[in-house]
Design a protein around this ligand. Structure first.
Ligand SMILES: Cc1cc2nc3c(=O)[nH]c(=O)nc-3n(C[C@H](O)[C@H](O)[C@H](O)COP(=O)(O)O)c2cc1C
Length: 335
């Protein structure tokens, strides 16, 4: 990955030694290892650090670079009923403090995942959370049913940032009535813990969050990528093959923080914060605004061990500030 994102990764290394804000910064580090465990939607995680869907493959791609056993959970690339090729290239473009992608939900399909990818992941002492989607309510339910009977899946993360191709192409996650319909149907198709992943491309994210809760979601994760595009002034052409893509990375962190804070105040469900988390400080900020756990996405492309470094930084912060559990921090923003 290029220079813009690298700069913030470098900043993160420096900030490891920078004291964090008072009044939390009191006393010296010491004592035993802090308890970082959290329970999200009935899933017991050893720590609140997960990898974000689509940025960590099916886990095996990253296994040579970091110890997957240390992660709270691995969230795999979004799965559909049948394999998908995705969008035409180019599919990734760097932007100011972020990146645009138009992968187009390329994946191996749920059956092949269960047969070929899940056995590898099951060997590790980490939770496997499976991200999935569909073109129709029926497809969402079919995928959920296959996963429901697969051993080794700790929970489902439902990506509702995709168009409902059966009913007019509007994205499931941009309309509360449609969110309610698809989440209720999936809720009836699986007994697994159900996390609904929210799209930021909406006027009022709290309305969608409430609809997901009313339909039976056990937890919410937010945010997915922000819709965007990039243009080449010299060729007068779009930089992405698909013209439009999804923006991620440090550029979206302020938007994500605001949305987690809004949803935290509006809906009583565990929240997973996502969006531009490059450092432990970023992760702590998400906890302060209401996230009980976090996902690391674009940072994995800059530094494959980013999630482990963020985990270590969170542990240091807990020790320095004598924080005994994640709960103490969640939503404790002083306003
Ligand atoms: C290349 C790429 C592929 C992604 N694929 C998926 C996906 O399949 N399902 C999904 O729910 N989110 C997907 N996302 C969104 C991320 O999981 C995450 O929500 C988003 O990138 C914001 O986090 P970040 O700024 O830390 O990357 C993808 C993101 C990227 C960059």
């Amino acid at each position: 990955m290029g220079s813009n994102i690298k700069k913030s990764a470098v900043r993160s290394q420096k900030s490891k030694t920078t004291p964090l804000t008072p009044p939390l910064q009191k006393g010296r580090a010491g004592g035993g290892a802090p308890d970082l465990s959290v329970n999200i939607a009935g899933i017991n995680l050893k720590n609140p650090v997960m990898t974000a869907s689509g940025t960590f493959g099916y886990g095996e791609e990253f296994a040579p670079y970091l110890d997957l056993n240390r992660l709270g959970a691995v969230v795999v690339k979004g799965l559909s009923l049948k394999p998908r090729q995705g969008n035409p290239p180019p599919r990734i473009v760097e932007t100011a403090a972020g990146m645009l992608n138009s992968i187009g939900l390329q994946n191996v399909g749920v059956e092949l995942f269960v047969e070929k990818k899940l056995p590898f992941l099951k060997k590790f002492d980490t939770k496997v959370i499976v991200n999935f989607f569909g073109d129709s309510i029926d497809e969402y339910c079919e995928v959920a049913k296959v996963l429901d009977s697969a051993e080794g899946v700790a929970g489902l993360e439902m990506n509702i940032s995709c168009p409902n191709k059966q009913e007019g192409w509007l994205e499931f996650g941009t309309n509360p009535a449609m969110t309610f319909k698809v989440v209720s149907a999936v809720r009836k198709s699986t007994k697994l813990p159900l996390i609904v992943k929210l799209s930021p491309n909406v006027t009022d994210i709290t309305a969608i969050a409430k609809a997901a809760k009313d339909a039976g979601a056990d937890a919410l994760s937010l945010i997915n990528t922000l819709s965007g595009m990039a243009v080449d002034a010299n060729t007068r052409r779009p930089k992405l093959g698909n013209i439009i893509g999804g923006l991620s990375g440090p550029a979206i962190k302020p938007v994500a923080l605001k949305m987690v804070w809004q949803v935290f105040k509006a809906v009583k469900l565990p929240l997973i914060g996502i969006g531009g988390i490059m450092t432990a400080e970023d992760a702590i900020e998400f906890m302060l605004v209401g996230a009980s756990a976090i996902q690391v996405g674009t940072a994995n492309f800059v530094e494959p061990q980013a999630s482990i470094k963020i985990l270590e930084g969170i542990a240091d912060y807990f020790k320095k500030n004598k924080i005994k559990s994640v709960k103490e921090l969640v939503g404790s923003l002083q306003v």
